[in-house]
Design a protein around this ligand. Structure first.
Ligand SMILES: [Zn+2]
Length: 307
């Protein structure tokens, strides 16, 4: 969520839905028409290679977008479909592209939460999970997927979802980073599907790699990826500090903290902001810095742990 200015966001992304854009030699991108406060202008699908190609993130259940992707590769063969994570704006169209092309589907695995659901916890309505998705090939961290003229290395980047993968292309010094890193906004980290501790570790992991040109699931390319990720890490550290600052004034709940911290936020994002605060609190409770009664849940009250 783009609620403050400490990260150098770039919202300049003039790409129109359905238009094939050659973002780099051998890399095409097509925007799906599914704009929203969560997806920015929509989901960006990528076509990697020429002749025999891979499609990364076929997008939401959207017939027009599937037709645009298939039209873009009409004299070519789709050999691979790669999916970064199982959210409904990324994976459902896989079924259409697979049916039309017979391509093999690669992803980390079906949707899963980052931790077991607590007894007291309801289903998180913000999660947008695609629970129908199942890859043909389950890809592990570090594995290389090879096609005609390209080789992509899977980089496990849990946090936004537990099964999130980035796909690095070391020979080209670039990475397809899905929703783990986006130029237009921060990523949503909403427990139990998401995890702040995993997300922060995945940011460090990505920034330590040599690839420095990022292509995201939404919005424009990121030219100096590792430097941008450092801003994201500092942003989350600052968010954690504001939460601790609120708690230093006394016991409080998540809606109160959201009102105090997310000044001027789009009202449609208030729910997601609450889960973002919960993600920090879950991490802080785990580290023994914050206390709550029972499990850390969205409806709980929180206080600083007795020193
Ligand atoms: Zn997305």
């Amino acid at each position: 969520m783009a609620e403050n200015d400490d990260v150098p966001f770039n919202r300049d992304f003039p790409l129109k839905p359905g238009v094939v854009d050659n973002v780099r030699p051998g890399i095409r991108r097509i925007l799906c028409e599914n704009p929203s406060p969560f997806t920015f202008t929509g989901t960006v699908s990528y076509i990697v290679g020429t002749g025999k190609v891979a499609i990364i993130d076929p997008g939401p259940d959207n017939e027009a977008h599937a037709a645009a992707l298939l039209d873009a590769v009409r004299n070519e063969t789709v050999t691979h479909i790669l999916v970064t994570h199982t959210h409904r704006d990324h994976s459902p169209n896989t079924a259409r592209i697979k049916a039309a092309t017979g391509a093999t589907v690669y992803a980390e695995g079906p949707h899963r939460a980052s931790r077991p659901r607590y007894e007291s916890e309801k289903h998180n309505p913000e999660s947008g999970a695609d629970r129908d998705f199942m890859p043909d090939i389950a890809v592990r961290d570090g594995e290389t997927i090879e096609g005609s003229g390209w080789a992509l290395q899977a980089v496990a980047t849990p946090g936004h979802t537990a099964n999130h993968l980035a796909f690095a292309w070391p020979d080209r010094n670039l990475s397809f980073v899905g929703d783990h890193v986006m130029g237009w906004s921060t990523s949503i980290v909403a427990p139990p599907d998401g995890s702040m501790i995993d997300y922060m570790a995945s940011l460090e992991k990505l920034a330590a790699r040599p690839e420095d040109f990022y292509l995201s699931g939404h919005g424009p390319e990121i030219p100096d990826g590792p430097r941008y990720v450092r801003f994201l890490i500092r942003h989350r550290q600052a968010r954690e500090a504001s939460i601790l600052h609120r708690l230093a004034k006394g016991e409080t709940d998540i809606p109160t903290m959201v009102r105090a911290i997310y000044i001027g936020i789009d009202p449609r994002l208030t729910g997601a902001a609450g889960y973002s605060v919960l993600a920090h609190l879950e991490d802080l409770v785990g580290r023994g810095i914050v206390a709550t009664d029972g499990d850390p849940v969205i409806g709980g009250t929180y206080r600083l742990a007795a020193a």
